[in-house]
Structure formats: structure tokens, C-alpha cells
Ligand binder design. Sequence first.
Ligand code: ADP
Ligand code: ZN
Length: 751
Amino acid sequence: MSSGPQQGDLFDRDIPPWEIDADCQCWAASIVFSEPPHGPFSYRIDPPIQDVLKPGMRVQVPLGRGNRSVTGYCIDVSMVQQHPNSLKAVLSVEDEKPLCSSHLLKLMQWMSDYYMASLGQVFEAVVPVGVREAAGVKEILLLQPKSDLLVQDLEKLTAKQRQVVDYLVQTGEPMSVEQLKEATGVSVDVMQRLRKSGILVGQTVRSFAQAHAPVSGPLQPPAALNVDQRQALQQIKVAIDSRQQQTILLHGITGSGKTEVYIQAIEYVIRLGLQAIVLVPEISLTPQTRARFQQRLGKIAVLHSHMTHVEKHQQWQRIAAGEVSVVIGPRSAIFAPVPKLGLIVLDEEHEPSFKQETIPRYHARDVASYRAMLEQCTVILGSATPSLESWQRTIDGRYQCAAMPRRIHNRPLPDVEIIDLRLQKMSPQAGSISRPLAEAIVQTVRDDGQVILLLNRRGFATAIQCPKCGSVANCPHCDLALTFHQDGNKAVCHYCDYQIPPPPRCSTCDFDAMQYGGTGTQRLEEEVKRRFPSISMARMDSDTMRKPGSHEKVLNAFRNGEIKLLLGTQMIAKGLDFPNVLLVGVVNADTALHFPDFRAAERTFQLVTQVAGRTGRGERRGLVLVQTYSPEHPAIMAASKHDFHTFAKGELIHRQRLGYPPWGSLARVIFRGELEEKLEAFALQWTQLTERAIAAVGVDCRLLGPAAPPLAKLRGKYRQHLLMQAAEPTILNRLLRQVSTEIKTPEDIQW
Ligand code: ADP
Ligand code: ZN
């Protein structure tokens, strides 16, 4: 963040006081930039541009003393009390129409304030680059008959010429040469001659080179809902009818049929002539999910990260034109420019992927909530394991709760048994699958069932350690243990992707037999193949799923039974609905438990509950075996009983004692720099300024740090962090603003 030069520095013309009078005013545009200085700055708008410039358009404006021409975003147009000569003028306008609606502009303004990001940066996060650059749009020539076409004109035409003209008269719409060629089968020079003789007249428009024709077959009818689903849907309909901002937490256990409720709520919204946005975690946007929505709702637009700029732009235009009833996508789909928003659904609302980890660091749930306020619509947050933030809001009464505590057809939840790894005699050859789990795997496959094994760590060995001196092979840039990958025989840093051949000797004591400790999915795969050679299996993690479509291929093979055992990271924990999965094994439930993160217990509870929910979804009962070294941990005990309420109650008390969200707000300031001492000094200075600001403003705010964070070195830069805890986000916001205007940041430090 940088406060940047103030407007005064950039505008060198000073107005003598006698030139300013009460009448001096002019039209001005407020312009922001994605690069520093971010603005907003005012620019005068002169007459030809006054008629066309609207907020949400891109402009060219002169910037700085050199007056170089740069692209900026117009966020406001108004009459200002300023002498026209005191402002530089907008040079040109780049768009024919605004790139976004006034609602979206207000949403951006809020994001800019709340997440402390410049409006220019927010603009670029909200409006995709394909839209900003009008990707795929070309100048197209459209033909139509001249307006004073007479019967005599037609009589002079050849049969083919006549065919073209008749077609255009019938459809009554101008068409491109390509469209006409396709519709009539007549060659291009026929049309050219018609144009030369003046029978057809042309007009150029800017449009997509290829028209996007959405395909949609006949829609499938809705399912008959069970009692819980009916009640939940009724509650949602009442909220939608109120045309006010309302949030409903749909707390439905795994397999309770939440998706069917979303779909019927959306059908209701469409009948009212409104549109819906559905946010899903990216990994659960499988082709099956897509197909399910497509078959029921028809005109949907699916947004995802693999789309080209042209595709994104095309979808954006379809959505803005109101051609689409439902938009489905990951967190950024919350910015979809639907004209009449009636409903927002966040499926798996607890998922961390709804939080963006780059600037602007927004959470889609909070953005959804603000957008719902602007457009007075309903939000559904769905989850079997709601975030404690949302749960607390249902307790406070800020959200309504709709509970679906039973599975479809009253299928029982699976039995969960805990395997205490401390009591298991795990021989080195046996590896990481205990005897009870191994027996259950064999039995399940013998019974013609399928198995899912979860291990939330990729790679082969998670540490390369010297057995003599104990030192671990680390990444030189991040100070983190390198993971050994057998594919490609390399040691990899999972943060910065630094890769080397596995070190043959210890870099500290030169001992030449390094040990490979800790198990990742690759080693687990090897173990499964060795111990159960007759069981067909596949591994699913981000290493095996690099190619587009590989996800689908494995899931299809699992669905049709070719693969009996699927093992992988959290990728396999969520959303999958395979009725024949009778056993889920959690190989190590503790992977996330000891993270220095106040949400560690919550994440563990969610992961174990979600993966447990993958079994027993068919007619046969499922079994879950959870291997752990911490069987008495509340998160693991509660997950084994499918008991969200007990977990939430205990965890909320714990968080209240420590002042963690939802009981307060937390801001984390991260400092980065190449020189360790200089960075520490800067972090300290920052902290002292904050302490002073706290005293001056007279607010309550606790500071933890500055200290080295869990990743003290990342991508070659040292890091320090400071945690700030306060009762309200506004307090943190105010302090951060205060300090950011006071602090002078050296060039080689970022925060
Ligand atoms: P959740 O998202 O809550 O885990 P799903 O929406 O995936 O659950 O539903 C689980 C299964 O139950 C799906 O196969 C779905 O087609 C089916 N299902 C949902 N609602 C009904 C219903 N009312 N009648 C019959 N089957 C249903
Ligand atoms: Zn690294």
C-alpha cells in the first residue's frame, strides 16, 4: 500500500484567488487508476465528452507533470465547484457503454473502503480483463435492404440475389455476410454485387465475431421434496417475497438434499423474472454439478478460471443483457452483472476458497452480503459444517436458520470409529495404514463396495531429514521443509515451487543416508499398491490433476466401478455423491490440527465431517475409520459423532475467551523485505505508531507482535507480522488508515 502523491503535487497550475468566484464550476469526472498513484483525481469533461462519459467507463487522461496519457476508470461524474482551468481535461472515452452497473460501482466503493484496497485495483478484480479489453469484439458489417426498396428493384434481381433480399425482408433484421451465407447458401460475391448496386446497405457495428448460441434441451421436472426440504424452501420463498435483504443459513447435513433446495429456490426466482448467482468452491464445480443445474434451469452461465478472455467477455455481456437466469461460478462470480438480482447462493459457505488471498483480499460471503443489501435480495448460505461466523449470526438472530438434520430417504449417517494411532503397532513396512483400516479395505472391496482414503498432504515424504544430526532439508527461499516427490525424483517447496534433486548428503554434517519421513499421497499410493495389489485404485491430488479433464476422467472411472479405491487430498473430501462408497478412511486426521491458525480446529472438524459424508449415500450403510494421534481432541470427537452443535458450542466459548472471530475482528499486517534487521525495525516502528494511534483515538485494540509468522521467509523475502484484535472491523480500519498516512515506507519493504 502506498499513500502516493496528493492531488496537489500532480497539478501544477495554481489559480490566483481573484480568478475564483462563486460561479466557477464545471463538469468533472472522478478517475481512479490500478497503478499508483491510485487516485481518485478529478478531471474536467468538455462538451463532446460530456454527452458520452458515464461512471464505469474507461478513459484516457493525462497524468503527472509529464502529462503522459494513461487509462483510468471513471467512477463518478458530477458538477464541481472548481474553476475549469484548475483541472486537466479527459482526453478520450474508450467505451461505448459502462463496463458495470451503478450497483457494482457502489459495491466496489465499499470493497475499497472495507478491504483497504485502491478503487482501481478493486475495479480490475471485479471487471475481468477480457471485458476491460473488449476481447473478441470485432467490427462487423451488417447488411439490410435499402429503406426505399421498390417492387421494380426486385424484378431486376437474379434468382440468387432475390433469395438474399427476400430472406432479409422476412427476418427484418440486419445480418452479417457470414450469417446470410449460412442461412441462404448463396456465395459472398452475390451479396457484394447487391451492395454495389445499392439494393443492400451496410452498417458496421462492434460485436463478437461468433455469436454465442447457448444450447439447452428440455428441462427436467423438480423432485418431490421431503418434509425438511419443503420447510426450508418455504422459509426461503418468504424471504425472497419480502424483497429485502435476508440471509438464511441452510444447515443441512451431508446428503440431506441441499442442492435440490437451491434449485427449487432458483426456479422460484426465475418465475418472478429475477436472476440468481450461485457460488461454489472451484473444486466442486464438476461437470456433474454443472449438468445438474443445466438440466433443471436451462439458461445458465458457468464461470470458471480456465475460460479465455473472449469467453469471459462474452459471458459477461450475455449476463449484463439479462439473457441468463443463473450464473454459477467460484468467488468472483459474485460480481456477475445480472440486471435483476433476486437470490445469491453460497454452497459450502465455510470453504476457505471463498476468500481471495491477493489484493483485494475479499471474502465472497461478505461481498455477497453487501451486494444483497444494495439490491435488497436474499442470500442462502448452505453447509453441513457452517463457519462459526455464520453460525454465531444465526444465534444473534441476524441470520435465519433452516435446518435439514436428516439424510434423503432417512438414510443413516455412517458409523465413525476412531483408530488411536498411539495404540497401534505400526511397523515401518506396514506404513501408514493400520491393521483395522487394512482389514476394512479388504472387506469392503470383497463386498463389492468402494473406498475413499483421505490424506491431506501431497508428495511422497513430507520431510527429508538427517538421522544423525536431525537437520531437515529446507527451501533456501522459504525456510520450509522440502517435500520429496517420487514422480520426477525431486525435492519441492510447496510454497514457492523451488525444486532440486533430492540431496544425497546432509548439508550440515555431511552424513550420506538421508531419511524420508512423513507420508504424502504418493507414498500412500505406493503402500496401497504394494499391500493391495488386486485392488484397482487412483490417486487424486493437484499433482495428478494438472491436465484439464483429468478430474472428470478419474471420477467417471470411479463412478462406473472401474476404480475401487480412490485416494487423495481434500480434493476428494467434498461434494462427491457416489452411492457405492461404503468405506472412508482418514489416514491422518491431525494434518491440519496443529497449524498455528485459530481456525485449525474448525478446519479439522470440517474436513473429517465432509469426507465422512461421502459414504453411506446409497442403500447400504457406510463406515468411516479415522486414524489420529489426538483422539480426545474436541474437533475429532465431535466429527466422529457428526455433532456440529457440540463442536460449535465449545469452539465459540474458546474463541470468546481469546477474542477471536466471530467475537471480534482480526487484522493481520504482513511486512516483507529482503533485509532482516531493517524489516524488524520497520515492523516495530509500525507497531509503535499503532500503539500511539490507539491511545490517541481512545479505542480498545489488542496488538500481538510484531513477530516472525509461521512462514518467516517466503520466496526469498523475510516476513514479520502483527495481529490486531478489536471488537469491530471499523476500529481496525480506522487505525490502519491512521498509521498508513503517518508511516514512511522504505522502497525495499512492502506491507
Ligand atoms: P447435499 O448437497 O445436502 O449433500 P445433495 O443435494 O447432493 O445433498 O443430495 C443427495 C442426493 O439425494 C442426490 O443424489 C439427490 O439427487 C438426492 N435427492 C435430493 N433431494 C431428493 C428428494 N426430494 N427425493 C429424492 N432424492 C433426492
Ligand atoms: Zn520455497
